[in-house]
Design a protein around this ligand. Sequence first.
Ligand code: MCN
Ligand code: CUN
Length: 779
Amino acid sequence: MHRKEDARFVRGRGTYVDDVNLPGMLYGAVLRSPYAHARIVSIDTSAAQAHPRVKAVITGQVLESLKLAWMPTLSYDTQAVLATDKVRFQGQEVAFVVAEDKYSARDALELIDVEYEPLPAVVDARKALDPEAPVIRDDKEGKANNHIFDWSAGDEAATDAAFARAEVVVAQDVLYPRVHPAPLETCGAVADFDKVTGKLTMWCNTQAPHAHRTVYALVAGLPEHKIRVISPDIGGGFGNKVPIYPGYVCAIVGSIVTGKPVKWMEDRSENLMSTGFARDYHMHGEVAADRDGKIRALRVKVIADHGAFNGTAQPTKFPAGFFHVFTGSYDMEAAHCAVTGVYTNKAPGGVAYACSFRITEAAYLVERLIDVLAYELKMDPAQLRMKNLLKPEQFPYPSPTGWEYDSGDYPKALRLAMDIAGYEELRKQQAAELQNWLAGDHTGTLTGIGISFFTEAVGAGPRKHMDILGLGMADGAELRVHPTGKGVLRISVQSQGQGHETTYAQIVAEELGIPVDDIEVVHGDTDQTPFGLGTYGSRSTPVSGAATAVVARKVRERAKLVASAMLEVDEGDLEWEKGRWYVRGDREQGKTIQEIAMAAHSSLELPDGVEGHLDATTVYNPPNLTFPFGAYICVVDVDPGTGQVKVRRFVAVDDCGVRINPTIVEGQVHGGLADGVGMALMQLIAFDEDGNCLGASFMDYLLPTSVECPSWELGETVTPSPHHPIGAKGVGESATVGSPAAVVNAVMDALKPFGVRHADMPLTPAQVWRAIQGRPLRT
Ligand code: MCN
Ligand code: CUN
């Protein structure tokens, strides 16, 4: 089925935040710090105030008087809305100008005179805890270093014992560098505070409207029922639109101060420089194994760069997100990871870009380690994986770090990917090609074949274990069937391009037999939808998708009672088939869901205790996460002369359980694969030693295009989730989680004859070329 929402998108009729224009609306612009670390000596706003079209200039000092200079982050830290004492990263918000048009607002920024006293910056996370490192967060009482948290998972003693016994131990430092989700639409908001009603309406492209509303209520002290957050069409989120940014708060304050609606939209550089980035994990991984390749244990130490404010969004109990699924898809005795989070003079964030709460980092690490082990043991990486993959009969599988994988058939997925790729044949071609190279024919490129196998944990989450800022992660859903049999579904999650208006209508259609075009999905408006924590961590299908199936089943049960009154039979005598209840043994005697809907609203006398109308509500608290998985194979051509990498082929076999809309799933996978190729080969938010951001435009921060992407070759297996009402697992981040390792493994495979075991992403031509310099080709 085609996506319903595309009817407006392909006609250019979507409504994005920047399309919201209110009468009398003013425009805001943010003055940002040119320094990564500096003390603010003074701020003179008088010239800006005097600009004829400027309506307000807000500084940290103004906010301080309103007790709004600092706001809580989603990780129980604090973040400056506008800097008061110091600036702590380049691009940090220093002042906010509100003017009659956006050009005047920008012009007025240049009239603000800020005197800074530059301080040394902490750029390398691995040096953040050095005793001589400047202290970034001296706003926190008694804080004398840049330490945020230490967190660990797994059994350390058992892991150490397994390492002590091991025949083979290999270690590898692996960096997952800082990247940025870079959605095409940048972040923005229109805040409209009505002084008469005391109601704040906030149009803003957030992925989590309800969570934002609650946080605004807590921060600004506004009553929650007087806040309406509307998240209209969104041009891509990828996790970038989960946090609350200072710009949003400034827009709200601007509206309160001026009494007019205030619009704030970032430009591209502001988005890349100051909003939620992703990754920045410095990982040291070790694997213990037998000489025949049987893995015994994994041990990992991580330094996590969280930037200047700990603004990541992850369930409270898990400061490193779900990184502790780093044992991946493999069977082993023991595992342990220790993660240390540190402050640096960089933009805050850390959990974004289809991260699955840090599973991207975890999957990349373990898949690199497996290849490093294969390199040392001189084993084929596919064989090594097959030897260690979990077996179907091990599910539900309790992992050494505390997860319970719900279902899977891993060897089948890997075998299918190998068959689609023609793996054995590829290896033969590669060997022949290498012989030519060794014989002196250096005219062509070198083939590399890379495999990755990933397991994700998505659908946060069981309320018992998971909350964000104390808010449990259950999702509400409401379904109302009108008298004529048309339905409205209201859900708490919000689409940034994933096609929710289609897929959730499909779930209702499947459960009730109402045509999919007769169901409207309402989302993204806190006044119109039930509470829920929003879209991220591929949780919509596992949580809100389940809520949708459950609420539709409740309506079906209600319809049964109405049908029993209509047919004058006992409800126990009714059978369901898609779209109607009928009398068991007499198929002719039945009522369609549309007939039942009309009757439910009519004068028909209903049995005692049965309410009229046809609707239901539910709150779904998932019993467990869902564990999608996949097997990816990438084939690259590497030119040793230039370091250029071309992705020749990419095979992706995904298993996300039952697929609601196969086309949308394929689209999700295509997008994620492009993301993975981009991260592996070209994307990087880099900094110089003073903390200047070097990646703040699309000239420097390279996104992949169709030119760099091959024609994806997809395959699928279907292992339903046993605990999800329709057996579906999330898929929105799978390909981004799984694909970088396949690309990097492929490039390393091509470089193996040069004796190269590992090089860090992004594998730009320069990075690849450097890795092989001074290394003669050998077998
Ligand atoms: N789906 C399906 N069958 C399944 C699983 C999913 O048909 N078994 C469909 C779903 O119904 C939904 C889509 O696939 O329409 C993605 O579902 P899901 O995996 O539940 O992920 P979410 O809807 O929660 O989306 C979030 C996820 C995340 S966290 C990021 S980051 C990301 C991603 O989605 N950001 C995206 N994909 C994106 N796609 C677009 N176009 N834009 C983004 O910003
Ligand atoms: Cu981590 S990026 Mo998605 O969960 O919105």
